[in-house]
Design a protein. Structure first.
Length: 194
């Protein structure tokens, strides 16, 4: 039987967990399925926490309501999901990085990821709010022709972090899902012509 996750809004700072970097902070997200996908991405890339602010996304699991699929899957139970409006209070010695379209933002392809980064993403229908942006030390833009979906933006940044760590000989552990989950690798028949 799968363990049931309880996610609740934290109001009192004393109840909020300590922040662990690297982490993702979502500012006032609009859609639960994007939060769920970010949880999945965090697990895939070895992040232990996803924080989100605001009350637009309900993770209420009361009668006949379910969490998005990603938040219910056993494989992603290694990621804490924290709904707290003051996430920066809980982190020490981190570099908050806002992924934001703004003047002076560094393009992602030239960005060097800090080991202790906390990646901050604005909502699907807006930008990172002024009170939250004031905590950010670095600003990064993903060079695309149009704005990306929230979960796609997170995926792009986390993949870029892992890839650059691997290129630099760092901790970019390049596991396949089959290796990590113990399913092995897919073997191709010898008669396939590429």
């Amino acid at each position: 039987m799968q363990e049931r996750r309880v996610i609740r809004k934290i109001v009192d700072r004393s109840e909020a967990p300590s922040g662990r970097s690297p982490a993702v902070v979502l500012i006032d997200p609009k859609y639960a399925h994007n939060v769920g996908m970010v949880v999945r991405l965090a697990s895939c890339y070895g992040f232990k926490q996803v924080w989100f602010t605001g009350e637009r996304v309900s993770l209420d699991i009361s009668f006949r309501k379910r969490l998005p699929r990603e938040e219910r899957m056993k494989g992603y139970a290694d990621v804490e999901i924290i709904n707290y409006d003051y996430p920066f209070e809980q982190f020490k010695d981190v570099v908050p990085v806002a992924i934001e379209v703004r003047k002076g933002s560094e393009p992602l392809h030239a960005f060097e990821h800090p080991q202790n980064a906390v990646y901050v993403f604005g909502p699907e229908d807006g930008s990172v709010s002024k009170p939250h942006i004031s905590h950010c030390h670095r600003f990064v833009v993903i060079p695309t022709r149009h704005a990306l979906n929230l979960a796609t933006a997170v995926a792009t940044v986390l993949w870029d972090r892992q890839y650059k760590a691997w290129l630099g000989g760092g901790d970019g552990d390049l596991l396949t899902p089959g290796e990590f989950e113990g399913r092995g690798l897919v073997e191709f028949p010898d008669d396939i012509v590429w």
